[in-house]
Ligand binder design. Structure first.
Ligand SMILES: [Zn+2]
Length: 171
């Protein structure tokens, strides 16, 4: 599942010959320029998130890395090339908060002019596991809809998805 398009051979910055390199253990190999260290990321980036409903509320995680360090977000992260989007939401939720989940349905897709990310948000329910913050999260907790920390949410997509969620719960 982790492979790159074969048509890209040269660094678009300096013309150096790109190499396929493992930068971080858990991530796929990236095309990297050994001369100028440019990393060749391609196309829009798809992000898969899960709103996990439990104990009368939903699970949010607090980011321990930039961007938006210290802010709250639904568990989620980048979809790898060749990976199914719901599978990414399940994997990221496991990594970021220790929960196994089952996808219930799609809540919405959030994208913004000029932004690289396309954020796909699913509704999900927990299967098992206990809360355990992952590498990129400092805290995990359940918020009732009334407790959602609107002033401390990480991204526009977080705000918009949670607004849609609250609207859905009111109907
Ligand atoms: Zn280069």
């Amino acid at each position: 599942m982790h492979h790159h398009d074969p048509e890209f051979h040269f660094c678009p910055v300096c013309g150096g010959k790109l190499e396929s390199k493992l930068l971080r253990g858990r991530e796929p190999k990236r095309l990297v320029c050994p001369q100028c260290e440019f990393v060749f990321y391609l196309d829009p980036k798809v992000v898969a998130c899960a709103i996990v409903e439990m104990e009368g509320g939903l699970v949010l995680v607090r980011r321990s890395i930039e961007p938006q360090k210290g802010k709250w977000v639904m568990p989620g992260g980048y979809v790898d090339r060749g990976e199914e989007v719901p599978t990414a939401a399940i994997r990221e939720t496991q990594e970021e908060c220790g929960l196994s989940i089952k996808i219930v349905r799609l809540l919405g897709v959030y994208s913004y002019q000029g932004k690289l990310q396309v954020v796909v948000v699913y509704l999900a329910e927990p299967l098992d596991g206990t809360f355990q913050p992952g590498e990129e999260t400092s805290e995990v907790r359940v918020f009732s809809p009334a407790e959602i920390p609107w002033e401390d949410l990480a991204f526009q997509s977080t705000i918009d998805a949670l607004k849609d969620y609250c609207r859905m719960k009111e109907d």
